[in-house]
Design a protein around this ligand. Structure first.
Ligand SMILES: *Cc1c(COP(=O)(O)O)cnc(C)c1O
Length: 407
């Protein structure tokens, strides 16, 4: 297995070098490049055809600084819990919010309505009834999209939320019943459908095809039930290729395909919503972990890191070797020789007492010394927040945001 070729991020490396000059503790940090985030988000939003709106799915990275950075660029935010709705409202009182997710509690639905979310995704008929009841008590009408779990299968992506049994949404076969119910309920307004069927898809043409399938279904339901649709939410799921940098999802290929789909199948007055998380935030984040020890056990080389899967669970959860670069650092404070390996395959393990605490396996490095730093790329989404921070009670990493705009 070879080392992934990564672009050197000078600012990020300079920050690590400064840490090593100024502090004695080993480096442990999530480092975010806000300038890169801003530029990427602008490219993504500006690439979309007219009639499309982009909502950032904050579960990918709900840091306040990230939300503040994206707020002027995106059309709105997607929240999957009332905690996320509150985080968004801390940053903006008025930004449009979509509230989705299975298992919404009554208090969450009521508070979301009080905090004036733009849309709620109804995940079941029971939830539809509860939304109507709670909206009625508040004297409001709730705008809802039905989340549909389609029957077609989409084999290409890493995680699939539909096309096979999952806990998400309403089975396509039960959609007619859900539509009839929504139309009969006094305090919900059915505004459209939500179809988030795919995750980490790397094929932009397949993604455009998927939207075409969504449009066709929405049109059938619209015609069959004379619905006045306003929105079709096509979800997120645009992929990041963690293990093969040549396979990254090409946004312009997708938006070109999307333009063709919209030209052929337009539904007048209906806006197409997207709610990407990973694709927005992954590339702006880095996870830096200093090498604490090097060893060779049973013929395999290991680098033991300050940090690990309790900070960055993504590679373990996905069972991949996460791409990293070696940041060589010259400082060496011990009065004995500095251990190093050259041109060997190393496994990068963390500081936890479990063999599962591995971030990358059998990756060739030209040279690695104790005291160097492994800088993991694509750590900006589903990094820190999906990890078990207090397992073993090690100190948390630092969280640094480079390139903040001063106002
Ligand atoms: C997680 C999620 C998203 C974001 O998914 P990404 O793969 O990060 O783009 C969007 N919509 C829903 C409903 C989700 O659950």
């Amino acid at each position: 297995m070879s080392v992934a070729v990564l672009k050197k991020e000078d600012k990020v490396i300079a920050w690590i070098e400064q840490w090593k000059r100024e502090r004695t503790q080993p480096v442990s940090a999530f480092i975010y490049d806000l300038k890169a985030l801003r530029e990427r988000a602008m490219d993504i939003v500006q690439g979309l055809p007219d009639g499309c709106r982009l909502f950032y799915a904050i579960k990918a990275n709900p840091s306040k600084v990230i939300l503040e950075c994206l707020e002027p660029i995106v059309h709105g935010f997607e929240a999957a819990s009332i905690g996320e709705v509150r985080k968004i409202r801390e940053v903006s009182e008025h930004k449009p919010v979509i509230f989705g997710g299975p298992g919404k509690k009554d208090e969450e639905i009521a508070e979301a309505l009080e905090r004036r979310v733009m849309l709620l995704h109804a995940e079941s008929t029971h939830e539809l009834r509860r939304i109507s009841l709670l909206a009625g008590r508040l004297g409001v009408t709730a705008s809802v999209l039905l989340r549909v779990n389609l029957r077609a299968s989409f084999p290409e992506a890493t995680l699939v939320m539909a096309g096979r049994p999952t806990q998400f949404g309403i089975d396509e076969e039960q959609v007619p019943e859900a539509i009839r119910l929504a139309l009969s309920l006094p305090h919900v307004q059915l505004e459209g459908f939500h179809l988030h069927s795919i995750s980490n898809n790397l094929d932009p043409q397949l993604h455009a095809k998927l939207i075409s399938v969504y449009w066709a279904r929405a049109k059938e339901w619209q015609e069959a039930y004379s619905l006045s649709l306003r929105y079709l939410n096509a979800g997120g799921g645009f992929g990041i290729s963690y293990t093969d940098p040549n396979r990254t999802f090409d946004w312009s290929v997708f938006t070109t395909g999307l333009r063709d789909v919209l030209a052929e199948q337009s539904i007048p007055g209906v806006e197409l919503l997207f709610e990407p998380g990973r694709y927005m935030a992954a590339a702006c984040g880095y996870y830096a972990a200093e090498v604490i020890d090097l060893k060779c056990n049973h013929g395999k080389h290991y680098a033991i890191l300050r940090g690990g899967s309790h900070h960055f669970r993504l590679p373990g959860a996905w069972q991949h070797s996460h791409p990293f670069e070696v940041v060589p650092l010259e400082r060496w404070d011990y009065p004995f020789a500095r251990p190093e390996v050259r041109d060997v395959e190393i496994t990068a393990a963390g500081e936890l007492c479990t063999p599962k605490d591995v971030l990358a396996r059998d990756v060739r490095v030209a040279r690695l010394r104790i005291g160097d730093v492994l800088l993991f790329h694509y750590a900006g989404a589903y990094g820190w927040t999906i990890s078990a921070h207090d397992f073993l009670s090690h100190a948390h990493p630092e969280h640094v945001f480079l390139g903040r705009e001063r106002s």
